[in-house]
Design a protein around this ligand. Structure first.
Ligand code: MN
Ligand code: MN
Length: 366
């Protein structure tokens, strides 16, 4: 490799500063360097987590922590450590008014010895942590909101903003390579961590999701609980070339939102974690504020569509900090088709005449 090739890849620092200059060049723009500093700290948190995860069992950090998180889920040791890293790396810089983590019930208050800034940082410090003990890709997800004007002591209500209000969103994926994928509302860009120099470089500028696909991802073990729209969609995919879609489909399921998102940004596809009929009070599994919203922002910025099945996920008005939503995203035309199916037969009772009795997804007797 020549020196030219070495310096050809844009380091993330340069990318962010040039983005900042572009914004500042617009008439009336007021973009300080604070936002860039915030993303620098987020990136450092991700590098610290990548280093820890990369040590595997050697760091003595695998396995259960023996504690429960804000939603009563068992925490892995790495859930707790990754949360600690995110909080400690981002609390001091003076860019934040507050933070919200998947692992903590209430918003995290910036300690009084540190200055406060105009942004709120919401994150899932370790996504897909059930994969950690089997050495499969996991990630971190983050979302940046503006703290409402004049608020220096944000409470829960100030975090309850729709996904369309995000100023930045992204994730890190800790796989064979560590990558940081982010958007500040001007496309989606992927950076790969060069471990030798300890820095992320721009390797995947302007990611775009093809409008159609022949690949879908869903946890099929829940099929008996699915609503009719989802049953119909998956049924038609499984029928393949001889069915309504006239072509064969592949199925993938990694059980890590970050890894599923990354696959879709790299080569297309559609992901579904739909609402189902198990518990009407629980409209889905993924959390709106620090999972569906940041991922939805990236997907829409890459030309895909992010939906609840009933409408854009970024337009959902949050009611609770750890609220869950149904989440369907990826190839625009496929997601629009699934939304159409939701409109056409939204009620479970309408299920019966739509499906035959053969095949994997037969109509249940209700
Ligand atoms: Mn998660
Ligand atoms: Mn998590």
């Amino acid at each position: 490799m020549s020196a030219d090739e070495f310096s050809a890849a844009t380091p993330i620092t340069r990318f962010l500063i040039e983005e900042q200059r572009r914004v500042n060049a617009q008439p009336g723009a007021v973009c300080s360097g604070g936002f860039t500093a915030l993303i620098h700290d987020v990136r450092l948190a991700c590098k610290r987590i990548a280093a820890l995860i990369g040590k595997g069992a050697l760091a003595n950090a695998l396995g259960d922590a023996g504690t429960l998180n804000a939603q009563g889920e068992a925490q892995k040791k790495l859930d707790v450590l990754a949360n600690e890293i995110f909080v400690r790396t981002n609390e001091w810089g003076g860019q934040l008014a507050g933070m919200l983590s998947e692992e903590q019930e209430d918003p995290y208050e910036i300690p009084p010895q540190y200055p406060r800034g105009p942004y709120l940082l919401l994150f899932d410090p370790l996504d897909g942590s059930s994969n950690i003990d089997v050495n499969v890709a996991v990630g971190s997800i983050f979302s940046v909101l503006r703290c409402p004007q004049g608020v220096t002591e944000p409470t829960a209500e100030h975090f309850l903003q729709p996904g369309s209000a995000q100023v930045c969103a992204g994730y890190a994926i800790y796989g064979p390579a560590t990558m940081l994928v982010l958007s500040t509302g001007r496309g989606v860009h992927g950076f790969t961590l060069d471990r030798e120099i300890g820095e992320f470089s721009l390797t995947h500028p302007n990611l775009r999701i093809p409008a159609t696909t022949s690949e879908f991802a869903i946890n099929a073990s829940n099929s008996r609980h699915w609503e009719p729209a989802v049953r119909r969609y998956v049924h038609e995919c499984l029928e393949g070339q001889s069915g309504a879609r006239g072509r064969d489909f592949n199925m993938r399921w990694i059980a890590s939102l970050v890894a599923e998102t990354h696959r879709i940004l790299m080569r297309g596809g559609v992901f579904m974690y739909p609402r189902d009929r198990r518990d009407p009070g629980r409209p889905g599994r993924l959390r709106l504020l620090y999972e569906a919203n940041p991922i939805g922002f990236l997907i829409e910025q890459a030309g895909g569509r992010a939906s609840t099945g009933f409408g854009p996920v970024l337009e959902v008005t949050p009611e609770r900090l750890h609220q869950r939503v149904s989440f369907i995203f990826g190839a625009r035309e496929e997601v629009e088709r699934i939304e159409r199916y939701h409109r056409d037969h939204n009620e479970f009772e309408l299920d019966v005449p739509l499906f035959g009795t053969r095949g994997l997804f037969t109509t249940p007797t209700v």
